[in-house]
Design a protein around this ligand. Structure first.
Ligand code: ZN
Length: 308
């Protein structure tokens, strides 16, 4: 007999990834659907449909990762930047619909929880994860617990300043010189277009580096050095054993980013953190968010143990 499953849902700006997850973090079944862009009710209806098509008697809880600060006290998704969801009481709504416990989490925190429980961070108590995609997400496991800050809004590691008065940040962020403006996939795409023309993007940049192009390698290594500035500061603050680099761009470019990032991070970090920390590539790929969300489901109050 085995303890029950949880459903993890990773609500993204373009896709809803959902899966039935076993207690060891393996994904038993998965489904995906497009994220509606038109209304909150439509987004919630698709979330319900994503859960409904996976739900069976083995499932004892649901976890949802959303790109938003989370009001954990009230179970509310506060405001998503890239999709129409604001002040959405998803925990109660999903609980009423499905009758099993529901946990909510910020999506980057969910990815960090996934890598910590079932990926590159297994067995560690102090892990920092950076998700390099369209933006830069951050998640921190501190002392064997996810760090959330007030309203689950922490830790937005992509929006720390690494260059005073530097490049304007992306999207709705009003900041300057933030890590995200230098090391996100979008920043890499901008650098690729400047160097190689308007049809280039971050993935083309990695491909060119793979083919030996010196300019492409230098652009990626330059991003890696900026990443190292951020990591050095995170290492000084959180003293992790491990920094996990994930996200579509972070994983694709890891071999180019890692060396320069590690060199700069070790220069900036103090002992004993400097010697203790390692960098690792995320292992769960695009499933990190849904697997982490499922662990939030397992840990939702009153998770129902079921036999499978
Ligand atoms: Zn920012």
């Amino acid at each position: 007999m085995q303890a029950g499953h949880a459903i993890g849902v990773d609500l993204g700006g373009t896709k809803i990834l959902a899966g039935v997850v076993a207690p060891d973090g393996s994904v038993v079944r998965r489904r995906e659907r497009a994220t509606p862009q038109d209304s909150q009710e439509h987004v919630i209806a698709e979330l319900e449909a994503a859960v409904a098509e996976l739900l069976d008697d083995s499932v004892g809880g649901i976890g949802i990762g959303a790109p938003s600060p989370i009001d954990q006290e009230n179970g509310v998704v506060v405001r998503c930047v890239n999709l129409p969801l604001e002040n959405a009481p998803l925990r109660d709504r999903m609980h009423e619909r499905f009758g099993i416990p529901v946990g909510l989490e910020n999506d980057a925190n969910a990815a960090a929880i996934g890598e910590w429980r079932a990926g590159a961070g297994r067995g560690e108590d102090d892990v920092v994860m950076l998700t390099l995609g369209t933006g830069v997400g951050g998640g921190v496991i501190s002392g064997g617990k996810p760090f959330r800050g007030r309203n689950g809004a922490g830790a937005e590691l992509g929006h720390v300043v690494i260059v005073h008065d530097g490049r304007p940040c992306q999207g709705a962020c009003t900041g300057h010189g933030h890590l995200e403006a230098y090391v996100s996939g979008s920043a890499a795409t901008a650098a690729a277009r400047e160097a190689f023309g308007p049809s280039a993007d971050a993935h083309r940049l990695v491909r060119l580096a793979d083919e030996g192009d010196a300019t492409a390698k230098e652009l990626l290594e330059n991003a890696g050095r900026h990443l190292g500035s951020g990591i050095g500061s995170f290492v000084n603050v959180f003293a992790p054993q491990l920094v996990v680099i994930g996200g579509g761009f972070g994983v694709a470019a890891f071999d180019y980013l890692c060396g320069p990032a590690e060199e700069v991070a070790r220069r900036e970090a103090l002992e004993p953190m400097r010697s203790n920390v390692r960098l690792a590539k995320a292992e769960l790929g695009t499933a990190a968010g849904l697997i982490g969300a499922a662990f939030v489901g397992f840990e939702a109050p009153y998770f129902i143990q079921k036999t499978t």
